[in-house]
Design a protein around this ligand. Structure first.
Ligand code: AP5
Length: 215
C-alpha cells in the first residue's frame, strides 16, 4: 500500500510518518528531511536549497522531483509512505508518473487537519537533536533534560524555518497549493481527513484504523 500523509507545516506528518513506517514496515519518504540533508552539503545545490528552506519557500519542482524519483525507484520496500510530497499539482503528476514506472500507484491519502494557531505553537516549539535528528517539543514532548537529547545527550536546536515569522510564511505559502492537492485526491475518492489537533497517540490510533480498514 502506498500512502500520502499530507498537512500544513507542523501538522504532525513527520511524527506520524515515523510511527507508521515502524508499525507497518513502510518506507518513509520525507521530502523535508531529504532536502534538509542536501542543504547541509557544501556545494552549489546545497546553497541554493538552503536559501529556499530558510525563507520558508518551496524548493523548485525539478529539484524535488529528481531527488524523489531516484529514491522511489531504488526503494525495495513495497509499502511506502510519502510525507511532504506532493505539495502542488505538478508534483502530484510527477509522483503518479514515477510510481507508474514501477507499476504502482497511490492507494490512500490522509490529510492531517490542524488549526493555524496550533500549527504555529507546534512549529515554534519544535526542537531537533543536532546529532541524531530526534524531534522534541518544548511543551508537548519536552526532553528530560532541557536542551539535551534523551537518546544521545547532544544539544537540541531550533530550525531556522521554525522561527515565528518564517513559520507563518510557510503556512501561507503552502495553504492554497495544499488545498488543490486535497481536492485532487478527494475527487479520486481516496482522501481521508483526520483531526490532527488531538494528541499524538489519538491521531496515530485514528490513522491506524483508517489504514486497517483500507487493507
Ligand atoms: P518540511 O520538513 O516538510 O517542513 P515543514 O513544512 O515545516 O513541516 P514539517 O513537515 O516539518 O512538519 P510536520 O508536519 O512533519 O510536523 P512534525 O511531525 O515535525 O519541509 C521543509 C522545507 O523543505 C520546506 O519549507 C521547503 O522549502 C522544502 N520542501 C520540502 N518538501 C518539499 C516539496 N515537496 N516541494 C518543494 N519544497 C519542499 O511536528 C511538529 C512539532 O509538533 C514537533 O515538535 C512534534 O513533536 C509536535 N507534534 C506533532 N504532532 C503533535 C500532536 N498531535 N500534538 C502535539 N504536538 C505534536
Amino acid at each position: 500500500m502506498n500512502i500520502i500523509l499530507m498537512g500544513l507545516p507542523g501538522a504532525g506528518k513527520g511524527t506520524q510518518g515515523k510511527k507508521l513506517s515502524q508499525k507497518f514496515k513502510m518506507h518513509h519518504f520525507s521530502s523535508g528531511k531529504i532536502i534538509r540533508r542536501m542543504a547541509h552539503q557544501d556545494n552549489s545545490l546545497g546553497t541554493v536549497v538552503k536559501r529556499y528552506i530558510n525563507k520558508g519557500e518551496l524548493v523548485p519542482n525539478e529539484i524535488i522531483t529528481r531527488i524523489m524519483k531516484n529514491r522511489i525507484i531504488k526503494s525495495k520496500t513495497e509499502n511506502k509512505i510519502f510525507d511532504g510530497f506532493p505539495r502542488n499539482k505538478k508534483q502530484i503528476h510527477d509522483l503518479d508518473r514515477i510510481l507508474s514506472i514501477i507499476k504502482e500507484k497511490i492507494n490512500l491519502v490522509i490529510y492531517l487537519k490542524v488549526e493555524k494557531e496550533e500549527l504555529i505553537t507546534r512549529l515554534t516549539g519544535r526542537r531537533i537533536c543536532r546529532l541524531d535528528n530526534s524531534v522534541y517539543h518544548i511543551k508537548y514532548d519536552p526532553p528530560q533534560k532541557k536542551g539535551k537529547c534523551d537518546k544521545c545527550g547532544a544539544n537540541l536546536y531550533q530550525r531556522e524555518d521554525d522561527k515565528k515569522e518564517v513559520a507563518q510564511k510557510k503556512i501561507m505559502v503552502n495553504r492554497k497549493k495544499l488545498e488543490k492537492v486535497k481536492e485532487y485526491y478527494q475527487n479520486k475518492g481516496i482522501l481521508e481527513i483526520v483531526d490532527g489537533n488531538k494528541e499524538s497517540e489519538k491521531v496515530e490510533q485514528e490513522i491506524e484504523n483508517i489504514i486497517k480498514s483500507n487493507e
